[in-house]
Design a protein around this ligand. Structure first.
Ligand SMILES: [Zn+2]
Length: 385
């Protein structure tokens, strides 16, 4: 499991040098640089490893691979609905109110919460030009994980707050990644994999404390966390903290289960080879960032996986990084008349099946990875036949 850390590795949050590699995916192309189809292989690739700090418990990207190009994906409806729920929750907590000032640190590949917040009467403030007396609310919507220097990033967020102000973060906690074996969430350009215990400890070093955390089913378990100065976790939040600790999120042997899951990617390849040998055409849906390490780790090519469908126009005409599998539009995917379509984003199942009835109408079946490939029952309610 793992290997020796690269000499000189320092924790992005606490600066500590003591830690170990808990997940090693070998050389991987950057997921955000989706090459055009006519760009010849091989693609450049860099080591992709998760390093766990023994001092503060932050799991983090060991090396940086110079991620540059950000392809904007189409935001899944599920994500937009979660944004509605999160902003609604903050409003019910009294944190979103007319006249209040909010600064947002957003994700380079997601939607902003600002229209939802200003729609409720808040005034949006540019984090780079905040008033000296601070803002009432700082929201971080998958922004923090994109920051190479986590200590500096936390400091920037905390400094913007007025006394008594609240920092709200939405994140995929490491406990979810670990429980579901989502090793493919390790990505170039995603520097920090926060667990709730590590986040609470880090925020305390910056003068805040986690106050509340709410669990939502998006992506298998998404957290909305609020923190402010002097706060202690309430009872429900303490239970979430204990649950993550018990799962082993700050423990190298607990996180070793991610390596075991990554080493199981060959099962997808074997299944695809069996499908090919049985004369069936298999495609996939969702050229998402998380699909890139899966395709590479499983060693897939267009002979095994005909295409990956994706609704984002920015991705069409391209191919999956590190392989010759083309990315095609949903209409092109349907035109292939695939016998099987592997859903790389299982939370999109209902949405994608409704949008592409041609797959099941043509006798095709949708497949989810849990983690072995598993055929979904045909959805009679969606069938037009
Ligand atoms: Zn650390």
């Amino acid at each position: 499991m793992g290997g020796d850390p690269r000499p000189g590795t320092r924790c992005r949050a606490c600066g500590g040098a003591d830690g170990r590699v808990v997940l090693d995916l070998g050389d991987q192309p950057p997921w955000d640089r989706m090459p055009h189809r006519d760009v010849p292989l091989p693609d450049p690739a860099w080591p992709l490893r998760m390093w766990l700090c023994a001092g503060c418990g932050l799991a983090q990207l060991e090396d940086d691979a110079d991620a540059v190009e950000e392809l904007h994906g189409v935001e899944p409806r599920a994500m937009a609905e979660q944004s509605d729920r999160s902003v609604g929750r903050l409003a019910r907590e009294g944190l979103v109110r007319p006249g209040g000032r909010v600064a947002e640190f957003g994700s380079p590949h997601g939607e902003s919460w600002l229209p939802r917040l200003t729609g409720r009467g808040m005034t949006a403030v540019d984090p780079a030009a905040a008033p000296p007396d601070g803002v009432d609310l700082v929201v971080d919507f998958y922004g923090l994980l994109h920051e190479p220097d986590q200590a500096a990033a936390l400091d920037r967020r905390v400094r913007l707050l007025r006394p008594g102000g609240t920092l709200a973060l939405q994140l995929l906690p490491l406990g979810t990644v670990l429980r579901d074996g989502q090793w493919f969430d390790l990505r170039h350009g995603h520097y920090a994999y926060w667990s709730l215990p590590a986040l609470d400890a880090a925020l305390r070093r910056h003068g805040l404390g986690v106050h509340r955390a709410w669990w939502y089913p998006l992506s298998g378990g998404t957290l909305l966390v609020t923190a402010r100065a002097g706060a202690a976790p309430d009872e429900a939040t303490r239970a979430l903290l204990d649950e993550e600790r018990a799962a082993g999120v700050t423990d190298p042997s607990g996180l070793g289960r991610l390596q075991d899951a990554a080493d199981g990617a060959h099962r997808l390849r074997e299944w695809l080879a069996a499908e090919r040998d049985a004369g069936r055409t298999v495609a996939a849906y969702g050229a998402a960032s998380r699909a890139v390490p899966l395709v590479c780790r499983a060693g897939l090519d267009a002979g095994l996986l005909a295409a990956v469908g994706d609704a984002s126009p920015a991705k069409q005409g391209r191919r999956m990084p590190g392989s010759d599998v083309p990315v095609v539009s949903p209409a092109e995917l349907a035109a292939l008349r695939p016998d099987r379509v592997v859903l790389f984003l299982p939370e999109l199942a209902a949405e994608v099946r409704a949008a592409l009835p041609a797959v099941e109408d043509g006798g095709g079946r949708w497949v989810v990875l849990d983690p072995a490939p598993h055929l979904l029952e045909p959805d009679r309610a969606l069938s037009r036949g």
